[in-house]
Design a protein around this ligand. Structure first.
Ligand code: SF4
Ligand code: F3S
Length: 379
């Protein structure tokens, strides 16, 4: 049950806390970047729908966004490429999401802070001490463990990533695993996993919100911050601890090429006529039917594009063990994973004799593709 008065009281209490940036505010920053109040309220309306909240929440979502600089955030980098931070920070024109992220009280973030060496270590320890129990911890990257724990050793005191993350988790109000590496191990944990990298949830008993993606969209990151500001509790999560409001549907469900899938119209190889016509990419490896994420709805770079619109299939980057399980990225899943019939790749069959193939998650999908292809060939 949503209790409006509790949320109102919570936002009132947040408002009384000092802002991280006393010389500026999120509202002023938005104005300076050319966003009108109307733009901001439109954005708040879209975020409300995005978080699957009723429209009556729009003013509260707007208020929570304006108070995002009241909650301290500690952002740790483990074994990773910094792509998740980059995707938020490097937009060519600031979006409302990236501006809000700029104004979040980032108490510690190795990519953006000026401090280095001893001073950086002090900053982290001070932030953990000062905001004990009240900060949001965001972890980017997998964590080397066991005999290989020292593969990730940081700073003059030679603490390992494992030690730093465990300590920061213990004292956090909430922990978000940002990106696939911290959510599921990602590329770091791909076979043979030489550093024995593990996701955050394997090294702490704290409840974790996983925000996977390689990288996750900025909306999924900012949406989680808003959720915590409004409710101070975990959102409804799926079996992999991903918020359902962001990861509740498959890429395939809202894909713009879905009509072609249903009609049995597939790209057979990159650059062919089908590719020029925007046909479905399943046969050149799209893993959209097996992948839960909202890219097909939200896209990237201010909603301009996303992998499938750019012409390549989804590689399943927000799923556990995607690097091992979804390979080869440019071959259809059922064909390489689940054997063949009459010596033909299972996915080839959809064009030839229409025998269903298939795999646990792919049964319905491949059967659908088979029927659609037969129909198409008849036509
Ligand atoms: Fe879109 Fe991929 Fe599904 Fe085809 S298989 S409709 S390209 S998600
Ligand atoms: Fe990843 Fe697929 Fe989205 S590859 S970015 S989940 S379209």
């Amino acid at each position: 049950m949503l209790d409006y008065s509790q949320i109102g009281a919570r936002l009132d209490a947040l408002e009384k806390l000092p802002s991280c940036n006393s010389n500026n505010s999120i509202s002023k920053a938005l104005e300076q970047a050319g966003f009108s109040r109307r733009d901001f309220m439109k954005w708040a309306g879209a975020m409300t729908a995005f978080l699957a909240l009723p429209t009556s929440f729009v003013p509260m979502v707007a208020r929570a966004a304006e108070l995002a600089d009241r909650v301290p955030v500690v952002w740790l980098h483990m074994a990773e490429c910094t792509g998740c931070s980059e995707s938020l920070l490097r937009s060519d024109a600031p979006t409302i999401d990236s501006l809000i992220f700029d104004y979040i009280s980032l108490e510690y973030h190795e990519t953006v802070m000026a401090a280095a060496g001893w001073q950086a270590e002090d900053n982290l320890n001070n932030a953990i001490e000062k905001y004990k129990g009240n900060y949001v911890l965001m972890v980017e990257g997998g964590i080397p463990t066991g005999d290989q724990e020292r593969y990730l050793t940081v700073g003059g005191q030679a603490h390992t990533g494992y030690e730093i993350t465990r300590k920061a988790c213990e004292n956090a109000m909430a922990v978000l695993a940002i990106g696939t590496c911290s959510s599921f191990g990602g590329i770091q944990a791909a076979r043979p996993n030489p550093s024995n990298a593990k996701p955050v949830h394997k090294i702490t008993s704290k409840p974790i919100i996983n925000v996977p993606g390689c990288p996750p969209s900025e909306k999924n990151i900012v949406g989680n911050v808003l959720q915590l500001l409004l409710f101070k509790e975990l959102p409804t999560l799926d079996v992999y601890n991903r918020p359902k409001w962001a990861y509740g549907l498959r890429i395939h469900d809202l894909c713009e090429r879905r009509g072609h899938f249903d009609a049995g119209e597939f790209v057979q190889e990159f650059g062919d006529e089908g590719a020029k016509k925007g046909y479905c990419l399943y046969k050149v490896g799209c893993k959209g039917p097996y992948t839960f994420n909202n890219c097909s709805r939200e896209r990237f770079n201010s909603h301009t594009s996303w992998p499938i619109q750019a012409g390549h299939g989804c590689i399943g980057c927000s799923e556990p063990n995607f690097w091992d399980n979804m390979q080869p990225f440019e071959e259809p899943m059922a064909g390489h994973k689940f054997g063949t019939t009459l010596g033909l790749g299972a996915d080839n069959l959809s064009d030839k004799i229409g025998i269903g193939v298939l795999c646990l998650t792919g049964v319905a999908i491949a059967a659908h593709a088979v029927i659609a292809s037969i129909q198409k060939n008849k036509d």
